[in-house]
Design a protein around this ligand. Structure first.
Ligand code: FAD
Ligand code: SF4
Length: 597
């Protein structure tokens, strides 16, 4: 049964008469990994991607100077990026009622946003409804990995077995030992830079050369050491030593370009899914790519309930097509895969495919952001400048709450991302008063002497935090949109207070003058780490997927993105998404070969 009424056509630029071994929906971190693993096992795969294949090198122009751009990198005046207040004072759909021709999510308010405007979606075409949520989406080949922030962290058994640790929620159906070999594979195949710290709760990767901490960051690291807390160089999903097996990528030249705009590295030292996974998969001869293909339904056999393929609409012509496959792998990103499952209703799957548990859309979780601190390292004022932003990231402070003890006010934990040093655009210039030579001297003297960090904390998964399908609103292609029912809870709010307190405490302990402490919580969604909504678990009454991200209800349906995560942990999710997808697709290929799907 199709929810949208568009006449189906059978013509397309890829062979749709063929029954593929697998269809993968979405080409970001999850879909790219699925395409890589399945094609390397000899399976014939059709990859459906809703967005365009952009020439990222021409798009990102990482090394273009601000003065080479007619608006110094800013978007045209008819384009508007949502600001924090708009996300809370107004209600979604956020583009409604605004005079601008194009409306984008908040990431387009960062410097150099003209370079990412074709990557991030226009909210006019992609509305959603319900509670306030800053939903950032990228619809291009590679998805959000084309501009991601590169922080690549592992989870540990403190995360996988969180319920055992503190009694809340559910444990994951896997442990660190199950995933560690796949984290290793991701490290070696894609490259990661970092420094070993031997922390049980933040396991080390197989690192390439780390980036260097600068003076202020070393000072903070030393200060934290006395508190038994660990500051480590940014663990970046970037190849600093190069990857001999991948001709599409270069080693990091330390140009810092990925840090100055919304992200993106046009020499592909930073991982992106097209050069890291999809182009190598195409070289196997086993991958067929169809871009501009917006999946809107997983089709099923009306007798068996098994998936038969995917119906999609062409983003440009709005014509609809059906592709057939023996296995369907959803990897459209957490909320888009969930939307697709909920849209795929049929007689045997009346609540949406794979949703006999009624848990699809529920147990939505992510990271809470906002609290942080800014400080001044007086020893650096007036000192000669160094090239500090010529690197793909600053530092990370590992979680220290609720490891062995129990905080009185909240469970779980948080980490901090931060940085310091001289940058191409001295952040202090805007806040410095005066003019002329004195003003310039003041800006120069203080540039590089500031250090700041902001927290990312675990948001607990709760059944009552969920998304469903809006009964009325549709997107520009006639596909019903998501409706949010999602709010931070008490645990998150108490954790946020502690984040601000400990941020100050740590700077003071390191002898850094605190110039500002941020206590405000940013709108739900700000972390761009939406997770849960189709969680894994052993019990099919309360979980959507098994430990191999395979639907409990439909054995030839897999969902390999962040929707499968049982809890959010406080570590950034992308490296885990890819390790899990690798593990599940290994299993999928094995079961396929045995004829079990
Ligand atoms: C600015 C920014 C900074 C970030 N920083 C970090 C970081 O430092 N560390 C970290 O771990 N994570 C970070 N993230 C998050 C990270 O990018 C995501 O976790 C990751 O990309 C998720 O992979 P995915 O494959 O699930 O989704 P995506 O990368 O979003 O890919 C999903 C793909 O599916 C496609 N798609 C969607 N719907 C459909 C449909 N109906 N039919 C066909 N195709 C569809 C989309 O077009 C897209 O290409 C950041 C993200 C952004 C935007
Ligand atoms: S610092 Fe490295 S990862 Fe970042 S843009 Fe430069 S080369 Fe790419």
């Amino acid at each position: 049964m199709s929810l949208i009424q568009i006449k189906r056509q059978r013509k397309s630029d890829v062979n749709l008469k063929q029954v593929y071994d697998a269809i993968v929906v979405g080409s970001g971190a999850a879909g790219g990994m699925a395409a890589h693993v399945l094609t390397s096992k000899g399976m014939k795969v059709l990859l459906l991607e809703a967005g365009k294949k952009l020439d990222l090198d021409k798009e990102l122009k990482s090394t273009e100077w601000p003065y080479e751009h007619r608006r110094r990198g800013e978007m045209p005046p008819d384009a508007h990026a949502l600001i924090p207040n708009e996300y809370t004072i107004r209600q979604p759909p956020y583009a409604k009622g605004l005079p601008h021709k194009h409306v984008y999510s908040y990431v387009q308010s960062w410097g150099g946003s003209d370079y990412s405007k074709n990557i991030v979606v226009d909210e006019r075409d992609h509305p959603y409804t319900g509670t306030n949520y800053a939903w950032v989406r990228a619809r291009v080949l590679g998805g959000k990995t084309t501009i991601w922030g590169r922080l690549a962290l592992r989870l540990s058994d403190l995360d996988f077995k969180a319920k055992t640790h503190d009694g809340y929620g559910e444990d994951w159906p896997i442990s660190y030992a199950d995933l560690a070999p796949y984290y290793d594979k991701v490290d070696l195949y894609l490259g990661i830079s970092g420094q070993k710290e031997n922390l049980p709760h933040l396991p080390d990767s197989i690192f390439q050369r780390p980036t260097k901490l600068n003076f202020a960051e070393v000072k903070l690291r030393q200060g934290l050491k006395k508190m038994n807390r660990v500051l480590t160089p940014y663990r970046a999903g970037v190849t600093t030593d190069g990857l001999k097996h991948n001709k599409y990528r270069n080693r990091c030249y330390g140009r810092g370009a990925c840090n100055r705009r919304a992200g993106g590295c046009d020499i592909h030292a930073a991982f992106d899914s097209p050069t890291g996974l999809i182009y190598p998969a195409m070289d196997t001869g086993n991958l067929t790519l169809r871009t501009n293909a917006i999946a809107y339904e997983v089709t099923v056999d009306k007798n068996t309930g098994k998936a038969t393929g995917v119906a999609f609409v062409d983003a440009e012509t709005k014509k609809t097509y059906e592709a057939k496959a023996k296995v369907v792998v959803l990897a459209a990103s957490t909320l888009e895969s969930t939307r697709l499952m909920l849209l795929s209703k049929s007689a045997l799957h009346p609540n949406g495919i794979g949703n006999s548990s009624a848990h699809v859309g529920h147990n939505f979780c992510e990271h809470i952001m906002g609290p942080g601190v800014a400080g001044l390292v007086k020893d650096l004022v007036g000192k000669p400048h160094t090239l500090d932003d010529g690197r793909p990231g600053g530092f990370y402070v590992a979680r220290f709450r609720n490891l062995t003890d129990r905080h009185a006010d909240f469970i779980r934990g948080y980490g901090f991302e931060g940085g310091s040093g001289t940058t191409m655009f001295p952040g202090n210039a805007m806040g410095t008063t005066g003019f002329g030579a004195n003003y310039k001297k003041q800006v120069r003297d203080y540039a590089g002497a500031f250090i700041s960090m902001g927290a990312f904390g675990e948001v607990l998964p709760r059944y009552e935090n969920y998304v469903d399908i809006d009964p009325e609103m549709k997107d520009a292609w006639g596909i019903p949109v998501l409706r949010f029912h999602y709010k931070f809870g008490d645990n998150e709010k108490k954790m946020a207070k502690d984040m601000a307190d400990t941020a100050r405490e740590m700077f003071e302990a390191a002898g850094i003058e605190v110039v500002g402490v941020e206590r405000e919580i940013l709108t739900e969604g700000w972390s761009i780490h939406e997770l849960g909504t189709a969680r894994m678990g052993m019990d099919k009454k309360t979980a959507v997927l098994n430990q191999f991200q395979q639907s409990h209800d439909v054995k030839n349906l897999f969902v390999v993105d962040g929707s499968s995560h049982v809890s959010a942990s406080c570590q950034n999710p992308t490296w885990t998404i890819m390790a899990l997808a690798w593990r599940s697709c290994d299993y999928l290929a094995d079961q396929f070969k045995k004829g079990n799907l």
